[in-house]
Design a protein around this ligand. Structure first.
Ligand code: AP5
Length: 219
């Protein structure tokens, strides 16, 4: 299955992508995760990426496109498909993705738009905590760890993302509205778009998405 998860920051794209990827054995490609790993590595590229992310603005298209296209050219993608989480985010990225897939003789099966209210977004992002060691995502109220500050899966320490501070979240939302929202129409016109409420609980949201796959014969 070849899938794009589209939606504002905090819609729950990463949370759903991890579950879908584990249950359906499809590679999960998150540009945000790739950039955060590069930042952790301390490389020159990582430092540059961190500057964009901490301001809540988009990384330039040429850098993002190069990284994603390189990942899509790996052997597992032809065989297993992919779940793109956080890419594409601009019209230019969407067009580059279309061309790259055409070159690989692949096509998208579905784009899931997770339509989410501002209230939910702010509540989710300011309460998000992530495991430093394994990357598992928690929420201090919605999906808390058993022991405060400690990951249930690996006992790693939980941290708050730099860009989850309220001011940066508001900037990210503004950027989303200006640069990413137009992709909803782009994929609607291509008849690939399915809309789901990102305000739903994790399990409910998963069930709706799973039903979409069944109806389209993707399972
Ligand atoms: P990225 O990491 O992609 O951030 P984002 O798109 O802003 O999305 P988030 O990761 O914040 O939210 P999410 O929808 O994945 O929500 P999550 O599942 O974690 O990008 C970060 C930065 O990198 C960008 O700002 C930009 O600078 C750069 N970048 C990345 N891609 C780029 C691109 N293509 N082009 C240019 N720049 C790019 O959930 C959030 C919280 O809510 C968690 O605490 C979770 O536990 C909780 N939660 C999730 N779902 C539910 C639910 N259904 N009910 C209750 N709680 C829930």
């Amino acid at each position: 299955m070849r899938l794009v998860l589209l939606g504002p920051p905090g819609a729950g794209k990463g949370t759903q992508a991890v579950v879908l990827s584990n249950n359906l054995h499809i590679p999960h490609i998150s540009t945000g995760d790739i950039f955060r790993e590069a930042k952790e590595s301390g490389s020159e590229l990582g430092k540059k990426l961190a500057e964009y992310m901490e301001q809540g603005v988009l990384v330039p298209d040429d850098i993002v496109n190069r990284i994603v296209i390189e990942r899509l050219s790996k052997d597992d993608i032809k065989e297993k498909g992919f779940i793109l989480d956080g890419y594409p985010r601009t019209r230019q990225q969407a067009e580059v993705l279309d061309n790259a897939l055409e070159g690989l003789e692949l096509r998208l099966d579905m784009v899931i738009y997770m339509k989410t209210s501002k209230k939910t977004i702010l509540m989710r992002l300011t309460g998000r905590r992530i495991c430093k060691r394994c990357g598992h995502i928690y929420h201090i109220k919605n999906i808390p760890p058993k022991k405060e500050g400690i990951c249930d899966c690996c006992n790693g320490e939980l941290y708050q993302r730099e860009d989850d501070k309220e001011q940066t979240v508001l900037k990210r939302l503004e950027v989303y509205q200006e640069q990413t929202q137009e992709l909803i129409d782009y994929y609607k016109q291509k008849r690939l778009l399915k809309t789901v409420s990102g305000d739903l609980e994790v399990r409910q949201l998963y069930d709706v998405i799973y039903e979409f796959f069944g109806k389209k014969g993707l399972l």
